[in-house]
Design a protein around this ligand. Sequence first.
Ligand SMILES: *[C@@H]1O[C@H](CO)[C@@H](O)[C@H](O)[C@H]1NC(C)=O
Ligand SMILES: *[C@@H]1O[C@H](CO)[C@@H](O)[C@H](O)[C@H]1NC(C)=O
Ligand SMILES: *[C@@H]1O[C@H](CO)[C@@H](O)[C@H](O)[C@H]1NC(C)=O
Length: 466
Amino acid sequence: MPIILWKLVFILLTTTVIGIFSCCYSNVIPEGDPNIPAIAKYFCTKGRYEEVNPYLIQDILAVNRSILKPPSARCRQIHLTAIIRHGTRYPTAKNVQKMQKLYELVRSSATAKHSWLQEIQTQWKMWYTEEMDGRLVQKGVDDHKHLAIRLSKLFPSMISEEKLRGRLIKFITSSKHRCINSTLSFQAGLTELWNIKDMEFDHAVNDALMRFFDQCDRFVQEVEKNPSALTEVDKFKQGPEMKRVQQKIADRLGVPYDLITDDMAEAAFYMCAYEFAIKTVNSPWCHLFDEVDAQVMEYAIDLKQFWKRGYGHDINSKSSCILFHDAFSRLDQAVAESKSDQPVTEAVTVQVGHAETLLPLLTLLGFFKDNNTLMSTNYASQTQRSFRTSCMLPYAANLLLVLYDCGRDGLRLQPLLNEKPVAFPGLNDQQASMPLYQDVREHYKHLLRGCDFETECRLFTNPTDA
Ligand SMILES: *[C@@H]1O[C@H](CO)[C@@H](O)[C@H](O)[C@H]1NC(C)=O
Ligand SMILES: *[C@@H]1O[C@H](CO)[C@@H](O)[C@H](O)[C@H]1NC(C)=O
Ligand SMILES: *[C@@H]1O[C@H](CO)[C@@H](O)[C@H](O)[C@H]1NC(C)=O
């Protein structure tokens, strides 16, 4: 192909990739559906997967294989790693307590006269209990069953009955109940699809891989247990934007301003979010926010994720070194086997973890890095930021790494986030969404050579000085 045509292909590819990538809000969400809260696209890590891929609202099993766009008909998939967040879950005990306090306040003190407020006070029942503590809900079971079926349609040669029966699909999960149940649900999606009744499939529990953040001493000491690591979050919560949201909530309820703390505002936001994510209802609680308020709430949560799991502190992403190396060593093995014309021994790896598993890894790989740091003071200039957990990390969020053998077009690696092809940030390649595997390795060579979990996570040493 002449150079000029290649350039055209490159421009087309990068624009589609970036177009998809820049923000999930540009997707068409059915306007004015009374069952969907107007603020549903700002629910951050409490958001529905369907808000990120709105075509799924019509058909939860919809798949468009032409998005994969392999560079030639020669390409065949040889390995797939899927790192998936658990599905929709109940609130944790701590959040249930906050929601309970809010509910009692609204029942006892709200004086405003709105029909939705009356509905909360007379009909709505506080049904969340502390025992629910973060367990997977039925919607979460469905999230993973449906995802499994869609992935089997998107990658029919990889997630296939033959490979499942041949035990070439391996399952690894965090020990948390919601993750184990998500893994079982993913498997059930496949066994029900193919009506497999004569076999059972196991899974390995591996917290070192899927909950690395608990085992990284330096992260625990310097971020998790260190209040000053989240100073920006605290400042924003005390700042003018949040104050305004709290006042508006108080006005809508008809209660004194000092009763609506930032915790109360957060509980109200989550009340609307959980009712929607778990039961798919547009609950009366959602009337406590307009879109402007929801954007402020979203920023407060993104700010926390940024400083606790994202670019805010270097150790956040480095804590995922173990998962990074795990993925690349499997890719290397598949490449080696493929090059020596052997069958790939581990065709598919399904790894189920948390938002806290995915975000550090996405950060390590350089995804969603904006020019400016998210701060308490730059809310207004961050409206176009790419770091948006609502788009990145809904329930059942997933990062897929798909390895292709394209014959004389080489071995190629395609990353997909939430079932959409993305480009490795900073990696310039003519096939932006499906670069040569060797180019990806070259791009991340500093991490492949270093990024040692033990070293990075050791306390009181600075590995960069070593
Ligand atoms: C599938 O994806 C291709 C490429 O992105 C697009 O052109 C086509 O319109 C999509 N088809 C459907 C049914 O959405
Ligand atoms: C999750 O798994 C546990 C134990 O296997 C089971 O008791 C529970 O009902 C499951 N929950 C869901 C939502 O599937
Ligand atoms: C970020 O900075 C680069 C280099 O200075 C610039 O080219 C780019 O347009 C900036 N991006 C945004 C979104 O401001």
